[in-house]
Structure formats: C-alpha cells, structure tokens
Design a protein around this ligand. Structure first.
Ligand SMILES: [Zn+2]
Length: 323
C-alpha cells in the first residue's frame, strides 16, 4: 500500500479519504506509544495533502510524493526540538509561524509535523494556539506525541485526535519478513514486540540485545530478594547501564509478566519462550504477590526515569520497595 510498509491501514485510509473529500481538519494530534511508526504515518498523511495527483493522492509517483518521501518537499516542514534543549520551546514554534505565513509553493496545502509534542512547553503551546485559532486555510498541523494529556486542554480541544494502537501479530510478521528477510528470530520477535514495530527495529539494531537479556534475567533474583543489601547490586547495574535503563526495565517487566503467568497456571502465554527454565524457577521461588509488587515498582521506576530522575536512584527505590 502506497509503495511502502504501512501500518494502521484503516486509520490511514480514513484520514486520506478525508483529504480526497476536502474534509481534512487543520490540526491533528497523532498519539500512541513510542515505536508505533507515527512519524511514518504523519509523513504519509502529509504526502496525501501535498500530492499533485487529483484523485489517487498519495499517488507515490508524482514529483511531490517523491520529494515528500525524500524529506525534501518545501511544503512539509518538520518542527523539532533544538539539539541542546530538553523541551520543545517557543523559538521553533515562532519560526514555524513565520514559515506558516508563506503560502505553499506547489499545491493546496502546507503541512507542519511537530515531533515530540509531549515536550512542548506551555509558552510554546500558547504561541501555537494563536496560529491554530485562525490558521491560513492551506495549513495543516500534526502534533506527534505519546501522551496528549500533557498538552493544554485549549490545544487538545482544537485538534482532531488520532490514536495509534499496537498492530497485529500478522502485520509485525510481515514487517520483519520484508524489512529483515535474514532475521532468524521471527517467532520470538513477533511475541516480544507486542505489536510495536519500533521494538523490532530496536532489538535487531542492538547487537548486545541477547547478552543484555541474559544479564537482566540473572539480575532479577536480586531485585526480588528479601535481603535489601541486594538492592544496591540492582542500582549499581542500572548505573553502569544507565543509557539503557528504560530498555532494562522493559526486559525485567517482561520476565516478571512471564513468571506471573507461569505462577498462575498459564505457561503457554510466556513471551520469553527461550528462557522458560529460569522463568519457572522465579515462578516457583516467589509468590505471585511478590512478583506483582516488583512489577508495580518497576513501572513506577520507569515513570521516574521519564521525569529525569537519576537511573540508579529509580532502581534503588524499586528494589527497596519490593515486598
Ligand atoms: Zn503524488
């Protein structure tokens, strides 16, 4: 479809159909978990808005579509956080507004894709509000984010919200087979990625993925240990691997989930099928409530990471609190 891998087909077709009927909105929020290919979806939607073909947009064949695909279409503008800033501030939004006042070069629309919308500061959002309250008819804004609740209500109420959910196992399988035809771990990846194609990329790109997985599995008994001195081993490990803390927490959560399903008599639901021996051991050694408590504390640790709390501190907090 449309010349490249497209996820969320129904959703995209609905959006594209609205462009063909000339019924598209001015402002959209594309929301969903990291790794769901929302940026690709935003680009595809932008393509349908700038394509010069009258009835098959996006045709993926006209010069506009080619330029869009090559990220060089002058009427598709990417609004990004400045490299040295932790937030998406008012400056890039002001630049966007200046750019927005210039009419499109080629066709009827000019599209602004705002990446990392979760990081928009309130000032940036207030500046943005001014333009979306009375936008030029040709302008279309797409805010890409993981959680729209972070945005101001005044912004949300003026936007069409488009929610992206995990894709089907079949779509993931097809994606792996076409993108990584030599990949031997297809069945495992389909289960492990849980409908998030970006996870597949992340796992395949990480050369030390299997090694890290093994280390994290061996670390879990220390997280679950009643001897609280072991909490420091967990926090030391996280400190040593702080750039991957988020990934490590995901791995731990996945193992704990497997141990819980095993402990509750559903071992066929295991994701880490290559590690059943150690997972069985965890399930027999710890009660379901200890495993659940650890899982809750790790989720909390992940949230703390998002708030830029030091990785080792989040690990220590989690390990000390497991009951
Ligand atoms: Zn086209």
């Amino acid at each position: 479809m449309y010349g490249y891998n497209v996820f969320h087909k129904k959703l995209m077709m609905t959006l594209i159909e609205s462009v063909r009927r000339n019924e598209n909105a001015n402002t959209y929020i594309f929301e969903g978990a990291e790794g769901l290919k929302k940026h690709e979806a935003a680009l595809l939607f932008a393509k349908s808005l700038v394509c010069t073909s009258t009835d098959t947009a996006p045709c993926c064949d006209c010069p506009a579509c080619h330029e869009a695909q090559g990220l060089s279409h002058p009427d598709i503008v990417f609004v990004e956080r400045e490299k040295d800033k932790a937030t998406l501030g008012v400056e890039p939004i002001r630049d966007m507004i200046t750019e927005c006042l210039i009419k499109p070069f080629y066709n009827r629309h000019k599209v602004f894709i705002i990446n990392e919308g979760d990081l928009l500061t309130p000032q940036a959002q207030n500046a943005f509000l001014k333009i979306i309250e009375e936008p030029p008819a040709y302008a279309v804004f797409i805010i890409v984010c993981t959680n729209s609740q972070i945005l101001l209500e005044t912004v949300r109420s003026r936007a069409v919200s488009v929610t992206f959910t995990p894709v089907s196992d079949n779509d993931i399988r097809e994606y792996i087979n076409t993108t990584y035809p030599d990949e031997p771990r297809v069945d495992f990846l389909v289960k492990y990625s849980m409908g998030i194609p970006g996870y597949v990329d992340r796992i395949i790109e990480r050369e030390d993925f299997d090694e890290l997985r093994e280390e994290v599995l061996n670390l879990l008994p220390r997280l679950l240990s009643k001897n609280k001195i072991h909490a420091f081993d967990v926090s030391d490990y996280i400190e040593e691997h702080k750039d991957n803390a988020d990934e490590i927490y995901d791995m731990m959560l996945m193992y704990l989930r497997d141990a819980i399903v095993t402990a509750t008599g559903k071992p066929d639901k295991i994701i880490n099928t290559d590690k059943t021996e150690k997972i069985n051991l965890l399930a027999s050694k710890y009660t379901a409530s200890t495993l659940t408590s650890a899982s809750d504390e790790l989720m909390m640790a992940k949230k703390m990471l998002e708030r830029y709390i030091k990785a080792s501190a989040t690990a220590l907090h989690a390990a000390l609190k497991v009951k």
